[in-house]
Design a protein around this ligand. Structure first.
Ligand code: NAD
Length: 285
């Protein structure tokens, strides 16, 4: 068994799925929860995801081996302030935030030299659903978890966090914080912005009739993620503003290129571009 007790701050899709997987694999004796919705926490107990919860951060964190922050990004700083008084020398703090730069900056500011015990992480797994009811123990199986270890981290604490995710079936890779944020802006944050924009665009056409009634599989495939948690995604967009704004401009230039080919009736150019892209897409693993 890896842990005697872990504390999950935010028992939703991500935190709840970790708790379920650790429990199913017998890797943790006790799992305590902390959250802002008593209703969600009561459900988490009823579903057997956590053993107990409290409004008192001290009671949840004090004797834990590891704390996972799994709430929307903007809540990390105030929650770290609450956790700080209970950080003993053995406690490992980790998180599941989808952006790492702002998280590391806040953690450095708030927990000071205890930063050596903070091992930032990001599971590359999820769905568009939220809350503990959406959590499931298989979520991390065969998925990547990215850790962005800090120079101050002790290797054995990074190892404990890696082992925890691996015990849930995940493959763990280590990346630099800045590189993580640049890559995830491209592969995850930009696609979410595009999905939100596309649905927003079509819903603004309401006066022209119910266009959604005629939506086909392609539209649904492309926009599934526009049903994701709005609070979480607005936090991610603002936290990763620098990389995301560059990518929105870059994407716009690709859209302009296609627009120009259509304006100039350049079927050959369009077909060449679409063939090149199809080839890239088909070769994606
Ligand atoms: P979720 O909405 O399912 O769960 C979040 C939980 O945090 C909820 O139970 C909510 O009540 C609680 N919470 C919210 N604000 C709080 C606060 N101020 N104090 C205490 N509890 C609070 O969200 P999720 O999908 O589990 O995402 C959690 C984190 O994981 C986010 O930081 C997100 O960036 C990251 N993440 C999400 C995904 C995904 O696909 N959903 C993937 C990887 C990482």
């Amino acid at each position: 068994m890896l842990f005697n007790k872990i504390a999950i701050i935010g028992v939703g899709l991500i935190g709840g799925s970790l708790a379920r997987a650790l429990r199913a694999n017998n890797q943790c004796r006790t799992i305590s929860g902390y959250g802002r919705s008593r209703e969600n926490l009561d459900k988490a107990i009823a579903l057997g995801v956590i053993d107990d919860y409290s409004d008192d951060m001290g009671a949840v964190v004090k004797d834990a081996d590891l704390v996972l922050l799994a709430t929307p990004l903007a809540s990390f700083a105030p929650l770290l302030e609450k956790i700080k008084p209970y950080v003993n020398d053995k406690l490992i703090i980790t998180d599941a935030g989808s952006e790492k730069g702002s998280v590391v900056e806040a953690a450095r500011k708030i927990i000071g030299d205890k930063i050596k015990q903070f091992v930032p992480g990001h599971p590359i797994a999820g769905t568009e659903k939220s809350g503990v009811e959406a959590s499931f123990k298989e979520l991390y199986e065969d998925h990547l978890v990215i850790l962005t270890p800090l120079p101050e981290n002790k290797p054995e604490q990074v190892k404990s966090v890696s082992t925890m995710w691996e015990s849930c079936g995940a493959r763990v890779v280590n990346l630099d914080v800045e590189y993580h944020d640049k890559v995830l802006a491209a592969t995850s944050h930009l696609p979410h912005v595009l999905a939100y924009a596309l649905v927003d665009c079509l819903s603004s056409m309401e006066e022209e009739g119910d266009v959604f009634k005629f939506s086909a599989g392609g539209f649904r495939d492309l926009t599934r993620i526009a049903a994701s948690n709005p609070e979480m995604w607005s936090d991610i967009c603002l936290a990763n503003k620098y990389h995301l704004l560059q990518l929105i401009d870059r994407y716009s230039s690709h859209l302009d290129k296609i627009k120009e080919l259509i304006v100039t009736d350049d079927g050959k150019g369009l077909s060449q571009l679409f063939s090149k892209v199809r080839n890239t897409r088909e070769n994606l693993k």
